[in-house]
Design a protein around this ligand. Structure first.
Ligand code: GLA
Ligand code: ZN
Length: 694
């Protein structure tokens, strides 16, 4: 399809007894510029009402009718929830919880990914679906299951886990060594003794907990691949996706990427709970995270609410304009789809009060519908951005295994590591300077980035330190924070000093780390005549790392800031170390956000940083700038999530460059040329220009 996908989750099976509703749906979809709907999510009961009896007629009728009306379908496999008959006939499909209690039928996503029967039943229905619809011209994409999640501790899963461990470690001695089981006499004599972590059993062996989490991810990916395999074997080669969730750390999503043709995720920001700019930035970071899973390729916003949700503590309405602004934000950050949950609000059960494009009143003369319609028109008008990519110059590590290990460990602070805040401060600092930012896992290829930041990179897996060393030596700017380079991939502490493998690059060795009580503060004070010209003093909280500078063959380590208080007053808290052709900065404490603002403002001006931005930072509060490009055109998205009209300086076109044209603007007079531009609260402007032929 050459348009941005617009539409959302649609469950016609809830309305089969009311054909007039189904007819209205089509009429309203067309009115609202809907071109894509997701069908089949949780439809197993309607598709296979009895074991082996498939009822696909209604679905075929819907897919055909939608297609005739210019609406394509994302077809889901139904494995996200299973029918009652299945759970009754084969109780093994139901999960066992970590406390070893067996679940009853109910909810959704309550099934074992290992169970052979579950796999067989899923494969059977997926095969039938693929045979019937797998080459239908109206089917765009397969949507595998729905929001994979959770874990199962049944005997099948225990056995599979032991196999997984055997494959990883080979011998039980190797496992014992990596898990450090001599501690508390927890040695295993054979793989058969290993059991998954449990609140009534073992949780103190961190290597076990970590490997279990890895296994859960691998088993979920294996299940997903099993489903994809069924579709392929039945002759469908349509692309596949699965919808992921916000900050869902129980699974390591990075491991899903290779199996999928396109990444998609479900975004439900609590708009209007905090300042819009704060919520917008948090959402932006997630968009960037999902986009980065396929390095800059477009992703899909698979779900979002056109109104309130019904599962957040407070079901807040989207204020006028917010639906459109949120949809455009996804596109700005690299999405090729903006889809809703849901098209038509259900009459009963769990989600009857969740926002929908068409509500229970049933007309199209509603505020929400009008906003959806307006948004559809805008997305249609900017269709040409579809397929364009994002090329970020900066990357921040976001690594799920690192998070697992760090958060499970009993360490320097067991009541809040403020890990996410550390990441957010870097993200804000870089974005504020006008940069697009990738959020990548620690295995990512760093080619093409100018700045790479590693907040709390506790776990250095094999090869990580070497990769960073190369990056810096070859000219990159690298930022590393406290509590980094501490353990290997099995959570075994490195001997000989940390950050492991990077002490020469950083020009220091970490000696101790101080956990601060909530009410405690230290300070980061600039040193006289520091080469960056840092001027201000900032508060440090939560974690303060102490280091010893290291004499290397190259340039000495410069201390840019020192602690202001406590017995380590006067010792380094921010350092700079030129290494090879690049520079490594260490930020050794949890310093307040304002530090990052000053730091990045200075860093951007330095010639060695060598980044170029179309809009020069620092950007005013709430202004988001994103760039996408095709081979011959670049697009600039500007969105004001702030509280005031703001102005920005667009980099002037040099001789070879074309002048910017407006692809979309909210109000015809909001974008004025030339000179300084202004953008009002809640507005979006999309600019474009042709790129010089290289
Ligand atoms: C998730 C699910 C949907 C629906 C929405 C409600 O994202 O995938 O089926 O339950 O939440 O917000
Ligand atoms: Zn199981």
């Amino acid at each position: 399809m050459d348009k941005i996908l617009y539409g959302g989750d649609y469950n016609p099976e809830q309305w089969l007894h009311m054909p007039e509703i189904l007819e209205k749906d089509i009429e309203y979809f067309k009115k609202a510029h809907i071109n894509t709907v997701t069908v089949g999510v949780f439809s197993w009961g309607a598709l296979e009402p009895e074991e082996g009896r498939y009822e696909f007629g209604w679905l075929e009728d819907r897919i055909d009718t939608l297609y005739e009306n210019g609406i394509s379908v994302i077809l889901a496999t139904p494995s996200g929830a299973r029918p009652k008959w299945l759970a009754d006939a084969y109780p093994e499909v139901l999960r066992v919880r970590e406390d070893r209690t067996k679940m009853l039928f109910g909810q959704r996503h309550n099934h074992c990914y290992t169970s052979p029967v579950y796999r067989e039943k899923v494969r059977a229905i997926d095969t039938e679906l693929a045979k019937r619809f797998g080459n239908h011209p109206g089917v765009l994409l397969w949507h595998i299951s729905n929001e994979f999640g959770g874990e199962c501790h049944c005997p099948y899963c225990q056995a599979a886990f032991r196999e997984w461990l055997k494959k990883k470690y080979g011998t039980i001695d190797a496992l014992n060594e990596q898990w450090s089981t001599t501690f508390w006499s927890h040695q295993y004599q054979s793989f058969d003794q290993v059991e998954s972590p449990s609140s009534i059993g073992e949780r103190s062996v961190h290597g076990l907990v970590l490997d279990w989490k890895r296994f859960v991810t691998d088993q979920t990916v294996d299940f997903m691949n099993w489903e994809i395999g069924a579709l392929r074997a039945a002759g469908s080669d349509k692309p596949v996706t699965t919808n992921m969730m916000y900050e869902y750390t129980p699974l390591n999503y990075a491991k899903f990427a290779d199996s999928l043709d396109v990444i998609s995720w479900d975004s439900y920001p609590a708009w209007h709970k905090r300042e819009t700019a704060v919520t917008a930035e948090d959402t932006a970071m997630q968009h960037d995270l999902f986009r980065s899973m396929k390095r800059g390729q477009p992703f899909l916003l698979m779900e979002s609410s056109p109104s309130a949700t019904n599962w957040q503590p407070v079901s807040k309405l989207r204020r006028p304009g917010m639906v459109k602004q949120a949809a455009l934000q996804a596109i700005a950050h690299g999405a090729d789809a903006s889809l809703y949950f849901q098209m038509r609000q259900s009459r009963g059960s769990f989600e009857k009060f969740h926002g929908a494009v068409i509500d229970q009143y049933g007309g199209c003369d509603t505020r929400v519908f009008r906003e959806v319609e307006e948004t559809g028109a805008v997305l249609e008008a900017i269709s040409e951005v579809k397929g364009s990519i994002t090329k970020a110059q900066a990357a921040i590590f976001y690594d799920t295994e690192n998070i697992w290990a760090m958060e499970e460990a009993k360490g320097p602070r067991n009541e809040g590591l403020f890990r996410k805040e550390a990441q957010r401060k870097l993200y804000h600092g870089l974005r504020r300077m006008g940069l697009d930012v990738d959020m990548v896992c620690m295995d990512a290829d760093l080619t093409g980035y100018r700045i790479v930041a590693a907040p709390m990179a506790y776990m250095f897996r094999e090869g990580f330190a070497e990769k960073i060393e190369t990056f810096v030596r070859e000219g990159g700017i690298f930022l590393l924070t406290y509590w980094s380079g501490v353990v290997n991939e099995n959570d075994l502490c490195y001997l000989g000093g940390r950050p492991y493998g990077l002490m020469d690059v950083m020009g220091l060795r970490s000696t101790e780390i101080d956990g601060l009580y909530d009410w405690e503060e230290n300070h980061a004070c600039p040193t006289a005549e520091n080469s960056l010209g840092l001027k201000h003093t900032y508060t440090c909280r939560h974690l303060c790392e102490l280091v010893q500078l290291r004499q290397t063959d190259g340039a000495p380590t410069e201390v840019l800031m020192t602690y202001g208080d406590d017995f380590y007053a006067g010792t380094p808290v921010v350092t700079r170390h030129p290494y090879g052709r690049g520079t490594a900065y260490a930020i050794l404490a949890d310093i307040e956000p304002a530090f990052y603002d000053e730091f990045f403002e200075i860093l951007m001006e330095r010639p060695e940083t060598a980044v170029s931005c179309l809009v020069k930072g620092p950007l005013p509060e709430g202004l988001e700038v994103c760039r996408r490009e095709h081979a011959d055109t670049e697009y600039l998205f500007l969105q004001n999530f702030g509280k005031e009209t703001c102005s920005f300086d667009l980099k002037e076109a040099d001789e070879e460059e074309q002048v910017w044209q407006v692809l979309y603007e909210e109000n015809p007079d909001s974008y004025r040329k030339p000179g300084t531009q202004t953008i009002r609260v809640g507005e979006t402007v999309v600019l474009k220009r042709h790129l010089p032929i290289k």
